[in-house]
Design a protein around this ligand. Sequence first.
Ligand code: DOR
Ligand code: ZN
Length: 347
Amino acid sequence: MSTSLTIARPDDWHLHLRDGAMLEAVLPETARHFARAIIMPNLVPPVVTGAEAAAYRDRIMAALPDGMQFEPLMTLYLTEDTDPEDVAAAHASGLIKAVKLYPAGATTNSASGVTNFDKVRAVLEKMAEIGLPLCVHGEVTDREIDIFDREAVFIDRILDPVRQSTPGLRVVMEHITTKNGADYVLANETDLGATITVQHLILDRNDMLVGGMRPHYYCLPILKRAEHREALLAAATSGDARFFLGTDSAPHPTHAKESECCSAGCFTAPNALPILAQTFEKASALDKLEGFTSRHGPAFYGLPVNTDTITLTKSDRVTEFPAKIDAGDHTVTVFDPGFPVYWTVAS
Ligand code: DOR
Ligand code: ZN
């Protein structure tokens, strides 16, 4: 028995590629399946200026193996010193497609992020004026806010006030992990979208913590309760164009994941699409997969849908994915969904 599904080639609307040997190792894993990706700027040091984004784009293209096609959609890392005119110029030249907001200290390499939102007001106003989206890591960082509540508190304390005070600002809530996040998107008709990762559609916090702690399931925002996962799955499979795929594939060396202080991130680039196909099939929503992976993102970003296609096939045999890939002197452990996957990307 085999089933197949041909869809417009997907894009990844939230991706970490890193730099150097890691970039060379992980880029083919994304370029094999995805036409384009929004590239996260949280390098060390971060990609802050248009000139830095141009140089990073060149390094990505230099790392792309011969014969592979891929278009990196660059972003700038918002700091309290970001120059609105530099942002506007990088947008006008076509170089950048978004600016990324990390609240300072929220996650990996976010130390240069924003603490005082008054200091980025001029940049946000310029972005609203020119129609440049703000990609938001939506978690507060205050010590006293429980890690499982940080997304919900961010929406109330930061996101909604910023949106109210900056009419016309287009916002992508990156990697939403809660029903609160999905509901906030649903309650706001305009200028708002959200990406959802593979791991947040299939896992809840029990998968990470019961019976032993699984570091390869630790990412930020952290996995939440089952009811939140269910709300995200309902949003992703609803066909609502405000929700689209951003894998947040975030490679770390295996030793940094399997360590006393585990780095946050799941490396899902190699198997994101087969896992998604199986997840949508299980939810009786295979007909909604193409919208989520290939159509809603371009619509939000005002870009054309890819004209070529991929074909996903399902067979009786379990699809084998590599457990690890080599990255320079290290390996990166490939995300294991914890269940057998029968789908594969055929072409
Ligand atoms: O889990 C995560 N890993 N979440 C982020 O926000 C950053 C990312 C990374 O860069 O490793
Ligand atoms: Zn990310």
